[in-house]
Design a protein around this ligand. Structure first.
Ligand code: 5AD
Ligand code: SF4
Length: 461
């Protein structure tokens, strides 16, 4: 821990300090930022526009290319926007903070806090301390061996969907991935703490919960875990009254056990969709990635899921241009995409991440080749997505309404929500009512590039 203090007499805190949080990256970061905002509000802070805030936190992600540059650009952009208020306290949080550490202090005097993902629980008090000591800088970069519980945030009504962390970190060390180095080793959160947070979020209005972790199927199996297995946790959460839907992300194909697959048949609240990262369809590349499964084992898992719940649909992550990937490997990925009929996927060109084993692989793929392979993957996905959306027209489904659609038709009001597969569905509803958090049955009437349109079929509940 880095501590530098010039000023022994603390300044009093402003009576109602203000904050602004910028978030990059995954759902875990989004959830961490939501909590930090609520926790700061419990400490009497209020939200303000970027240029006016006393404290600006940048919650960073380092999983893919050039994240450091993005963060540094953001630090300079903040400096420009806050010329009238050079005392603004800037905190760099999350994975880039863990990776670059105290180097971040050198960019501007405003950066006085650098904190890795394991320090999140300590931030509200640390931020107060830094406001009271304007010449102090702090870095919180130690990894913890257990999941640190966070203090409750200000309990305001929340939206109909909410995230709940069930673990932190990852033990897999896939050869391309920086996560084990920035989020540390896997630390499961005790089951009782998770259930408590789920109950609280349901009481505040959540009807759908998404459980978050880097490798959720390995939940409970690390030193910090209480021995509860992931499927047991799912069953316990499903029993909570008031909850309509459960989702989770991300599972690891090598750790999806028989019980995890069976849960799709046994738990009606578990949505019939699964984000199952493939990364590559080639066994040779999967081996170099250190993924711990073959093409055949992945397809067997998909077969088992589809036998267990024929209505299940999958989404995935794909990396193209991994060192040593040839045309046949790419073809293996494309044929796997078709076999699994993913209704959506996130695809990326491989990039070196510091400290990861793949950095030392010599057979790197040319940038232009990576890009043309990415285009092929995305073209294949577009065809699969359209096919999936088109096949859904005429079907009946259930929607959880979230907000008004960005584009409004004349004469009525369009709302959007998500179906059990997570696809956005738009439908017109009578004006002047707040439908947020309501559910209803609809008939799908049409499809767009990534969304569906529908008509109301049942009354709302
Ligand atoms: N290069 C490209 N994509 C990566 N991902 C993780 N590390 C890298 C990397 N070095 C992708 C994987 C992962 C997603 C979150 O980001 O597909 O599932
Ligand atoms: Fe990264 Fe692999 Fe862990 Fe996922 S499972 S976070 S890709 S190391």
């Amino acid at each position: 821990m880095y501590k530098k203090s010039f000023n022994l007499k603390p300044n009093p805190l402003p009576t109602m300090p203000t904050y602004h949080i910028l978030t990059f990256g995954c759902q875990m970061n989004v959830n961490d930022s939501i909590w930090l905002g609520q926790a700061l509000e419990a400490h009497n802070f209020s939200q303000a526009p970027l240029a006016e805030a006393d404290v600006i936190c940048i919650n960073t992600c380092s999983v893919r290319e050039k994240p450091e540059q993005k963060v540094i650009n953001t630090i300079y952009r903040i400096k420009q926007l806050t010329l009238a208020n050079p005392k603004t306290l800037v905190g760099v949080l999350g994975c880039v903070a863990q990776q670059l550490g105290e180097k971040l202090f050198h960019y501007t005097n405003q950066v006085r806090l650098v904190a890795g993902p394991d320090a999140l629980a300590m931030l509200p008090k640390t931020i107060e301390q830094l406001l009271e000591n304007p010449s102090q800088r702090l870095s919180l970069l130690d990894f913890t061996s257990t999941y640190l519980e966070r203090e409750p945030g200000k309990a305001t009504k929340i939206g109909p969907t909410a995230y709940v962390n069930i673990m932190q970190g990852c033990d897999n060390f896939c050869t391309y991935c920086i996560v084990p180095y920035t989020r540390g080793r896997q630390k499961s959160r005790p089951k009782d703490a998770i259930l408590k947070e789920c109950r609280e979020k349901i009481a505040l209005g959540a009807r759908e919960l998404t459980l978050l972790g880097q490798n959720v199927n390995a939940y409970g199996q690390d030193k910090a875990g209480d021995g509860t297995r992931f499927a047991q946790l799912l069953h316990a959460i499903a029993d909570l009254p008031g909850l309509e839907r459960i989702r989770y992300t991300s599972p690891h194909p090598k750790d999806m056990g028989v019980e995890d697959v069976a849960a799709f048949a046994k738990i009606p609240k578990l949505c019939p969709c699964l984000h199952l990262p493939l990364q590559s369809g080639s066994t040779r590349i999967l081996k170099r990635m250190g993924r711990g499964y073959t093409r055949e084992e992945y397809s067997k898992l998909v077969d088992d899921l589809k036998t267990t719940l024929p209505a299940i649909s999958l989404t995935t992550d794909i990396i193209v241009g991994f060192p040593g990937e040839d045309d046949q490997d790419l073809l293996d990925t494309l044929t796997m995409m078709e076999y699994c009929a993913y209704h959506a996927s996130f695809s990326f060109c491989y990039s070196d991440r510091p400290g990861c084993r793949a950095v030392n692989f010599l057979d790197k793929i040319d940038r232009a080749v990576q890009h043309s392979r990415l285009e092929e993957v995305q073209h294949t996905q577009d065809i699969l997505t359209t096919k999936w959306l088109k096949a859904r027209v005429g079907q009946t489904t259930t929607i959880l309404l979230e907000e008004k659609s960005p584009r409004q038709p004349e004469g009525s009001v369009s709302w959007q929500g998500r179906d059990p597969y997570g696809t956005i569905v738009h439908l017109n509803l009578p004006a002047n009512e707040d439908y947020r958090g309501k559910m209803l049955e609809v008939t799908i009437t049409d499809f767009g590039k990534h969304c569906l349109h529908a008509q109301q079929k049942s009354s709302l509940w």
